[in-house]
Design a protein around this ligand. Structure first.
Ligand SMILES: [Zn+2]
Length: 419
C-alpha cells in the first residue's frame, strides 16, 4: 500500500499572493473597460460597427424581381428576329451621347477656397466631385453653395466627417478611423443638405487605409460605388498616377494627374500648364477618361494662373462628356446592366435591375435608320431632339441624328418607341 502523501499546509503568504493577483486582474479589466468606453465615445463607435466589420456587404442598388415584368411585358412580347422596322438596334455607346472622351474632376477638403473653386469650374463648365468632410472647416457656410453646385451638375462626395489622418497609418488607426459614424454619418450629412438621390463617391482622407479589405467593405456597407485614393503623397506618387480609363479597382480608384501647388507632405506640385495640357491631349486623343484632381487650398485663382488656364484648355469640346466621378462610375454599372429587347414596329423595352435612386443614369442607344425619324418617345413622354455639342449631366433624355445613325439618350426601365 502506498502511503497517502500529507496535505501540504498553505502558508498565509500564498493567500495574500492570490488575493493580490485577483485584485490586479480586476483592476486591469476595469482599466480596459474604461479605455474601451473612452475609445467608443471618442470615435463615436456604435453597435452597427460590429456588424459592418464582421459581415459581408450586399450588392449596392440591385432590385429584386424581373425588370421586364415590372413594365408589364412578357417574354413572348420580345421579338428578337421579328419583322424589322426602319430602325435596327446596334448597341449601347461606351460614353454618354457617344462622346469620344470623358473629362471628370475631383477637388478635396472642406476649405474656405471651395467657393472660388466652384466659380472657376462654372466659368468653364467643368463638372467636378467636391469631396467634403462634413463636420470640419467652414462646412456650415458651404452647404447652401454646395446644394446649388449639385443643381448645376456637380457632385458632393464624402471625405469622412472629421478627416481622420495619421502618418504613418496603422491597422489600429484605420479600424477606429473608419467607423460608421465617419462613413455613413458623412453620407447622411450630405443627403440632408444637398439634393442628391445618393452619395456615390468617397475619397480617403490623406489617401490612407485603402489597403485594408475591411475598410473597403465598410465603404460598400455605406453604399459608396467608388472610393478615390491619393497614392504615395510622401514621394510624389500622387502627382501622375496616369489612370486614363475606369479603374477596375473601384475602392482603390486612381486618376490621371494632380493639378495643384505643392502642399501637405508632398515634395512637389504639378503646375506646368504645357505639361498638364499635354497629358490631357494624350488621354483625349486616345478616347479615354481624363480624371484630374486638385485641392482648393493649393490653387491660385487668377485667370492667368495654371488652374484656370488648364480648365479653359479642356473645356467646351463638342465630343467630350463632362461629368463628376461618382455618376461616371454609376453610368458604367448602368450600361453593363442595361438590356434592350426589340418588341417590333420600332418599339424597344429598355430595362435593368438597378435601383433608379442609386443609378439615375441615362444611357445612349445607337440605332441604324433607313427612314426619317419623326418622333421618339417613351412611356414618360416625348424625347426632344438635341444638336451635337458638349455633353453635360447624366440623367437627361434627348436624341440626335448623325447620318444614318440615331442616338437616343434615355433612362432605362421604359418602352422606347421610334417612329
Ligand atoms: Zn483631404
Amino acid at each position: 500500500m502506498r502511503a497517502t502523501p500529507p496535505t501540504p499546509m498553505r502558508a498565509p503568504h500564498t493567500h495574500r499572493r492570490r488575493g493580490f493577483i485577483r485584485l490586479t486582474v480586476v483592476l486591469i479589466l476595469v482599466a480596459a473597460a474604461v479605455g474601451a468606453g473612452y475609445i467608443v465615445r471618442d470615435k463615436r463607435l456604435a453597435p452597427s460597427d460590429l456588424q459592418t466589420w464582421f459581415s459581408a456587404p450586399k450588392p449596392i442598388g440591385i432590385r429584386a424581381g424581373d425588370a421586364l415584368e415590372r413594365l408589364g411585358i412578357s417574354p413572348d412580347d420580345v421579338q428578337p428576329h421579328g419583322p424589322s422596322a426602319a430602325v435596327r438596334f446596334i448597341g449601347i455607346t461606351k460614353y454618354l451621347n457617344d462622346s469620344k472622351a470623358v473629362v471628370t474632376h475631383t477637388a478635396d477638403d472642406s476649405s474656405p477656397k471651395v467657393p472660388d473653386t466652384i466659380a472657376a469650374l462654372d466659368r468653364y463648365d467643368i463638372k467636378a466631385t467636391l469631396f467634403i468632410s462634413t463636420q470640419r472647416g467652414p462646412v456650415e457656410e458651404l452647404w447652401p453653395l454646395l446644394a446649388k453646385a449639385v443643381k448645376n451638375g456637380h457632385e458632393i462626395g464624402s471625405h469622412a466627417r472629421t478627416h481622420p489622418c495619421q502618418f504613418p497609418s496603422t491597422r489600429w488607426f484605420c479600424t477606429l478611423a473608419y467607423s460608421d459614424d465617419e462613413l455613413s454619418g458623412s453620407r447622411d450629412d450630405i443627403l440632408a443638405h444637398v439634393g442628391q438621390s445618393h452619395v456615390w463617391s468617397f475619397a480617403y482622407p490623406c489617401g490612407l487605409c485603402s489597403e485594408y479589405p475591411f475598410v473597403r467593405d465598410k465603404l460598400r456597407h455605406a453604399g459608396y460605388l467608388v472610393a478615390r485614393i491619393y497614392p504615395d503623397e510622401e514621394h510624389g506618387g500622387h502627382l501622375l498616377p496616369d489612370m486614363n480609363t475606369w479603374d477596375t479597382h473601384r475602392y482603390q480608384a486612381t486618376y490621371t494627374q494632380a493639378v495643384q501647388n505643392k502642399g501637405g507632405i508632398a515634395p512637389d506640385g504639378r503646375t506646368d500648364v504645357a505639361e498638364i495640357n499635354a497629358k490631357f491631349d494624350e488621354v483625349y486623343q486616345s478616347g479615354g477618361i481624363y480624371n484630374f484632381l486638385t485641392h482648393p487650398n493649393w490653387l491660385d485663382f487668377k485667370e492667368d494662373a495654371f488652374y484656370q488656364r488648364h480648365l479653359k484648355y479642356i473645356s467646351r469640346r463638342e465630343d467630350i462628356w463632362y461629368v463628376p466621378m461618382g455618376p461616371l462610375y454609376a453610368y458604367q454599372t448602368a450600361t453593363e446592366h442595361t438590356k434592350v429587347h426589340p418588341l417590333g414596329q420600332g418599339r424597344f423595352a429598355v430595362v435593368h435591375v438597378l435601383d433608379p435612386g442609386v443609378f439615375p443614369n441615362s444611357v445612349t442607344l445607337e440605332f441604324e435608320i433607313t427612314a426619317d425619324v419623326t418622333q421618339v418617345k417613351t412611356a414618360r413622354g416625348i424625347i426632344a431632339a438635341s444638336p451635337a455639342g458638349p455633353t453635360y449631366g447624366w440623367d437627361h433624355e434627348f436624341y440626335r441624328i448623325a447620318g444614318n445613325r440615331l442616338l437616343v439618350t434615355l433612362q432605362p426601365n421604359t418602352v422606347l418607341e421610334i417612329r
